[in-house]
Design a protein around this ligand. Structure first.
Ligand code: UFG
Length: 337
């Protein structure tokens, strides 16, 4: 089966491309390379440098590669930036997905797995979070993803689109071999920032808020290994190709760790010593985000295999410590026009 992976050169997309290949799917990456890294894509996988809003290029890619289904990662995904540049986020994420869906339907492709986010829940009052709890996003990024979920549901009813929307909690870790991993510019996520501090690439780490109503006063998150996320995409594609209908699933480890626990564990694994500064809260951070992933476990048989904190941090450390400059060390891969 031929799967178009939009955003397939990005962090979660590229790990999914690896998993698709290991599972016998043929992946074709479609990525505008604004943030993605061709070096993250396994050799032999075609990379088409294109934007999802470029309907002609997209239609050509779908036809040329006889695409059967899509895994849709392409999106802008920084919460802070989304508040300052909402137009760019609605344009890239919402208008981009509309262009993608129009083009897919015109080509008769009706199967799509969508990258959604825990940010659709906003600041939930109860944990663990179940899929049918209220969706009240508190930032533009989360709102764009929720609008797309509504779009998918409406298209399913009207046009027979079959979709699975996967709401990721905190994606983290790297391919266990350490050959690819996270490389964002700017980096805003906790685990890569801590590991860059461990490498001496940063002058320490800031804790954003120590007065949350949690055991140690810092925010609790549900970290989920990127390879476990990737495996869920394979299961979702199998669900769709065996006639399965629309589904929404949380993807989390169902275990919460505080910011302090993450930093302490990173210090233990790396053996590094670096300064930790306590700072004010970062605007918009909920105190606790913790998933229930009961639904996808029961319905698709998903089981996270790498999402204990040790494996997450050790795999990320393998990547960062062997590639301190990220993908800048990689020779550019050949791209298709
Ligand atoms: N944090 C720090 N210091 C830092 C960076 C982060 O203390 O230097 C804290 C944050 O305040 C938060 C936790 O570490 O409590 C995790 O922060 P991340 O930025 O790594 O991740 P977020 O939970 O903010 O964001 C993630 C995804 C988003 C998604 C969001 C859902 O990266 O795409 O979950 O709420 F929208």
């Amino acid at each position: 089966m031929n799967v178009l992976v939009t955003g397939g050169a990005g962090y979660i997309g590229s790990h999914t491309v690896h998993e698709l290949r290991n599972s016998g799917f043929k992946a074709v990456v479609y990525d505008n390379l604004a943030k993605g890294h061709p070096g993250a894509v396994p050799a032999g996988v075609p990379i088409i440098a294109g934007d999802i809003r470029d309907r002609d290029k997209l239609a050509r890619a779908i036809a040329d590669h006889k695409i059967d289904a899509v895994a849709h990662f392409a999106a802008a995904s920084l919460v802070g930036e989304s508040m300052k540049e909402p137009a760019a986020y609605y344009n890239n994420n919402v208008a981009g997905t509309l262009a993608l869906l129009d083009t897919l339907l015109a080509a008769g492709v009706k199967k799509i797995v969508f990258s959604s986010t825990a940010a659709v829940y906003g600041e939930p009052a109860v944990w663990p979070i179940e899929e049918d709890m209220p969706t009240v996003p508190t930032n533009v990024y989360g709102r764009t993803k929720l609008v797309i979920e509504h779009m998918l549901a409406d298209f399913a009813v009207a046009y027979g689109l079959a979709y699975v929307s996967l709401r990721y909690f905190n994606a983290a870790g790297a391919l266990v071999a350490g050959t690819i991993g996270e490389d964002h510019a700017p980096e805003t996520h906790l685990i890569p920032l801590v590991l860059q501090a461990a490498l001496g690439r940063r002058d320490g780490v800031a804790i954003f808020g120590t007065d949350y109503p949690t055991a140690d006063g810092t925010c609790i998150r549900d970290y989920i290994h990127v390879t476990d996320l990737a495996a869920a995409h394979v299961l979702a594609l199998r669900h769709l190709t065996t006639g399965g209908g629309p589904k929404i699933y949380n993807l989390g480890s169902e275990t919460g760790y505080s910011v302090r626990q993450v930093i302490d564990q990173a210090k233990a694994i790396t053996g590094a010593v670096f300064p930790v500064r306590e700072q004010a809260r970062r605007a918009g951070d909920p105190a606790v985000l913790l998933a229930s992933s009961r639904r996808i476990k029961a319905e698709l048989g998903w089981q996270p295999l790498y999402s204990d904190l040790d494996t997450i941090i050790a795999s990320a450390w393998r990547w960062h410590s062997t590639h301190p400059d990220g993908f800048r060390e990689f020779a550019p891969a050949p791209q298709q026009p």
